[in-house]
Design a protein around this ligand. Structure first.
Ligand code: ATP
Ligand code: MG
Length: 389
């Protein structure tokens, strides 16, 4: 079959009432951005769907892969368009049926988005079904057909297809506003960032690094992770925050048992400042309850309360196996498992505090010039923009 169009359906946007035009516009813009590298495409919004007109020589497999990376797409189909004329619709559907073998069954499912078309969808099903049965000698099976031929009657044309490809679903990136994701070189935070995108957040990445002989490679690693995540959200931005000076200062004043917690409190303070600059509305982290020492409820409390904004941990109820499975699907896992040392474990006790007491923490921090440290750190930030991949 020579396809000339892709019909894209969005799911959850449909229930957003007043916001619908805004959601649709964001999805349309995102689809255009993702498909920029394909020449000769035209993307439009028609009758509550997106219609992509494709050129003949387009690589459909590449296009399919790209559409599977766009949040907010529920499903899509490679289709053949035809004029709004029942004879034309019959002709095109018969073309599809030519590819089925003789012992296979089919059914027709018409949706009439354009009510000006005078034949009801029920009638179209019947007319087209009879035509295919007659011309191709195939059996109709309404309950368990081998093939379903879909017909969508839209404003200007009808679209025929027999295959649905399910997408990422969720919401288009950008509709929910911006968040700051604290991203390490580990397995979890890339997955957390992805899940925030899935709920319509534009994610700005922030990574803290401490260059020592050991960890100089982490920065490059995080850059590569963000490059993968950038496939699910074009034009990403990564803030690289040199954390060594802060940490050198902290180890002078913080007992080793409390260092990890206080490093994290500083990360959150600095991330909050970046959020303000970026006009972001939340911080996103890769914590999961009690996965490691830093993630007991006591310690999550002790760290999250340094943020001015709500802290979202999308993985909070997931176990490691589920997170790994998702990281593999996204394509970040292989990079994440390369050995590295996170700056959180710089000069810390073998057994860090698991029940961080906020009173003790505040006492320790009362000897530190927090504002000054945060300010100095912010001055040395490096920003990387990920334009076209
Ligand atoms: P991950 O797999 O994401 O590294 P983790 O299981 O190793 O998580 P922690 O090291 O306690 O757990 O980190 C918890 C969260 O804190 C991370 O998911 C991330 O959001 C944030 N974080 C940790 N280290 C950094 C860092 N160097 N830069 C930015 N954020 C960090
Ligand atoms: Mg980690």
């Amino acid at each position: 079959m020579e396809f000339d169009t892709v019909v894209i359906h969005y799911g959850e946007i449909g229930i957003k009432g007043k916001n619908r035009p805004f959601f649709e516009k964001v999805l349309l813009d995102n689809v255009k951005m993702h498909l920029k590298r394909f020449r000769g495409l035209k993307v439009r919004r028609i009758s509550g769907r997106l219609i992509v007109e494709i050129a003949e020589d387009l690589n459909l497999e590449e296009l399919r892969k790209e559409l599977l990376k766009i949040h907010g797409i529920h499903h899509f189909s490679f289709s053949k368009s035809c004029p709004l004329d029942i004879e034309e619709i019959k002709r095109v559907t018969v073309e599809f049926a030519k590819e089925y073998s003789q012992n296979e069954s089919f059914r027709v499912e018409c949706v009439r988005a354009n009510k000006k078309f005078e034949i009801s969808s029920q009638e179209v099903n019947k007319i087209v079904g009879e035509e295919i049965s007659r011309k191709r000698n195939l059996k109709v099976n309404l309950k368990h057909p081998d093939h379903t031929i879909f017909i969508e009657i839209c404003e200007e044309k009808a679209y025929v297809y027999d295959n649905k490809i399910y997408g990422l679903k969720g919401l288009p990136v950008g509709v929910s506003g911006k968040v700051i994701a604290l991203i390490s070189g580990g397995i979890d935070s890339p997955v957390a960032s992805f899940l925030a995108m899935k709920r319509g957040c534009r994610v700005v990445f922030v990574h803290f690094f401490n260059i020592t002989g050991h960890s100089s490679g982490v920065k490059g690693k995080v850059e590569r992770i963000v490059r993968v995540l950038n496939e699910y959200q074009r034009n990403s931005k990564l803030y690289l925050v040199p954390f060594r000076d802060v940490q050198m200062e902290l180890i002078k004043k913080v007992p080793s048992k409390y260092r990890m917690l206080i490093y994290r409190r500083f990360m959150f303070r600095i991330a909050s400042e970046i959020a303000e600059k970026e006009n972001a509305k939340a911080l996103v982290v890769g914590d999961s309850i009690s996965q490691v020492a830093s993630q007991t409820l006591e310690n999550l409390n002790a760290v999250y309360n340094t943020s001015r904004l709500v802290v979202l941990p999308p993985l909070i109820g997931m176990d490691k196996e589920e997170i790994i499975e998702m990281a593999k699907k996204l394509g970040t896992y292989e990079i994440s498992i390369e050995p590295y040392e996170d700056c959180c474990s710089f000069m810390i006790a073998k057994h860090p505090e698991t029940k961080g007491d906020i009173k003790i923490i505040e006492e320790i921090e009362s000897h530190i010039d927090i504002e000054e440290l945060v300010k100095k750190c912010l001055e040395s930030i490096i920003v990387i923009d990920f334009h076209e991949s």
